[in-house]
Structure formats: structure tokens, C-alpha cells
Write a protein that binds this ligand. Structure first.
Ligand SMILES: [Zn+2]
Length: 273
């Protein structure tokens, strides 16, 4: 079954929560100094524009280190031998290996992924490749590896595209703000993330199942994620089109003909042909 007759069968899922978003608590509001302005979101098609994005600075690394050190002092930094962390780092390593084909400048990034023992930290990738999220989110999602790849790839895409929300010290890190990325940034990140995951050998159709799952999950980090990554008109169509484009990349990465790809099936029985 190929993209032209792609369809989504939703079999199960929680109702979308209407709860008010809990405050997004980040210890990243670094004060003082100046953060270089980013160029605006680059369209996916303009790969050269990706290479003109702001380079990560020492400040980016310091912000992440402060957040990591704070967690370590509080005892909320998940240790390296944790099975959830190891699983995410294995998936992340594949995405990192594929990232330079999407954004050449990422060759110089010093990637790192950490988990925190809390319920509120949504996945976030800072410029320069520093990823963080709440350990409770992957568990609550009960996601496949493909869906976790879609989640990490989306956070990475915002950073690779140089979006302001991926920079430390911006006012949009303030607790309680419901959205940070613009619609244009979301659209670009959706496309870039799907391409990145496919190049890394993860099924791009998982992005569709992940979107549905995140929308239906009341877990605080999932609600924080949904508030930060706002929906926009026609988003489902944008994602479907990006998946169609990315399926041959995925098939190539898996060494199979695109027409022979089996349907994607989530752990909840959601099927994407
Ligand atoms: Zn986003």
C-alpha cells in the first residue's frame, strides 16, 4: 500500500483532554547577556537556508548544563543505565547520524540526551543538539520506536531549523505560556522531522499516530508539548504530504521497495496504510 491511497484508521484512544495546561516549569530562564537573533524559519525545500541558521553558542551549552546540573542536585536526573534513557539514546543516535543530510551544520553539534524524573518537561532540543524530556512521557505514550523517533525528530527539527523556541534565555521559556513556535515554524518542523526520521530508518507514518496519541493524552508533559507545538489549519494534510514524500526514503533505509512496505500499526492498533 503506498502513499496515494494512504488512510488512517483510528481504533482506540482517549478523548482529548480539556484541562488547563499546567505551568511549564523550566529552569532555563537564563538572565543577562544577549542571545543572537535567529533567522526566521527556513522552508524545508531550501536546504541552503538551513546552513545559514544561527550557530550554537557557548551560552546554549551553558543553559543545558545548568538545567542538567540542577536536576542532578535535586536527584531528578535519570542515570545513564536507565532502560528508558538507553532506548531513547539508541533511537536518537540513528537520528543524529541522519541529521547532517537534512542540515549540514549539525555535523559540528555536540548532541546529548537527558531524561528528568518529572511529569512536566516536554521534549525540547536546544540549538547545538541538547535534548531533554520528562521520563514519564515515553512511558505514558506507550509508543513504538518509530513514534519515539517521530517525537525526538520533531524537537530536533526545531533546533536544526534555528527556531527561537529552541534557544535558551528567550522570554518564551517563561512558565505558563501556552505556545512558543509560530505556525510557520511548526509547518517547517513537521516536514523536516518526518524527513529526518525516514532517513534514519524510522517509519514516517508513525508521525500521524504520534500526533493522535499526544492529542489524546492528559499527561502533563504531553499537554505542555501540545501547547508549545500548536496546531494549524491544514496540518494533517501537511503531515500526510510529508509522509508521502518521505516513504521512499524510509523504504530505501530499510532496503525494501516502497510498494512492499507493510502498514504501520501503533501499539494501540491504529493503522496507517
Ligand atoms: Zn513543533
Amino acid at each position: 500500500m503506498f502513499a496515494s491511497d494512504m488512510r488512517v484508521v483510528r481504533r482506540r484512544g482517549d478523548r482529548a483532554s480539556r484541562r488547563v495546561l499546567p505551568a511549564i516549569v523550566f529552569a532555563l530562564a537564563i538572565t543577562g547577556g544577549t542571545v543572537a537573533q535567529a533567522t526566521r524559519a527556513a522552508p524545508l525545500e531550501d536546504s541552503h537556508a538551513l546552513q545559514r541558521q544561527r550557530e550554537p553558542t557557548r551560552r546554549d551549552a551553558v543553559a543545558f548544563e545548568l538545567r542538567r546540573r540542577d536536576a542532578a542536585q535535586r536527584g531528578t536526573l535519570v542515570p545513564d543505565d536507565d532502560p528508558v534513557l538507553r532506548r531513547l539514546r539508541r533511537i536518537d543516535a540513528e537520528l543524529i547520524a541522519a541529521a547532517p543530510r537534512t542540515a549540514h551544520q549539525s555535523l559540528d553539534w555536540r548532541w546529548e540526551l537527558n531524561l528528568f524524573r518529572d511529569r512536566t518537561t516536554p521534549p525540547l532540543c536546544l540549538l547545538g543538539g541538547k535534548l531533554m524530556l520528562a521520563r514519564s512521557l515515553p512511558r505514558a505514550l506507550r509508543a513504538t520506536d518509530d513514534e519515539l523517533a517521530a517525537l525526538l525528530a520533531h524537537a530536533m527539527a526545531h533546533a536544526l531549523l534555528g527556531h527561537e523556541g529552541s534557544m535558551p534565555g528567550r522570554t518564551r521559556y517563561a512558565p505558563g505560556l501556552r505556545s512558543r513556535y509560530t505556525v510557520g515554524e511548526e509547518r517547517a518542523a513537521d516536514r523536516t522531522a518526518i524527513e529526518l526520521a525516514a532517513r534514519a530508518g524510522y517509519d514516517p507514518r508513525a508521525a500521524i499516530a504520534l500526533k493522535h496519541r499526544l492529542e489524546s493524552l492528559a499527561q502533563p508533559a504531553a499537554r505542555a508539548w501540545s501547547a508549545m507545538h500548536r496546531d494549524y489549519a491544514g496540518r494533517a494534510d501537511v503531515i500526510l504530504a510529508a509522509v508521502r514524500t518521505a516513504l521512499p526514503l524510509f523504504a530505501r533505509a530499510r532496503g525494501v521497495l516502497p510498494g512492499r512496505l507493510p502498514p504501520y500499526v501503533s501499539n494501540f492498533g491504529e493503522r496507517v496504510d
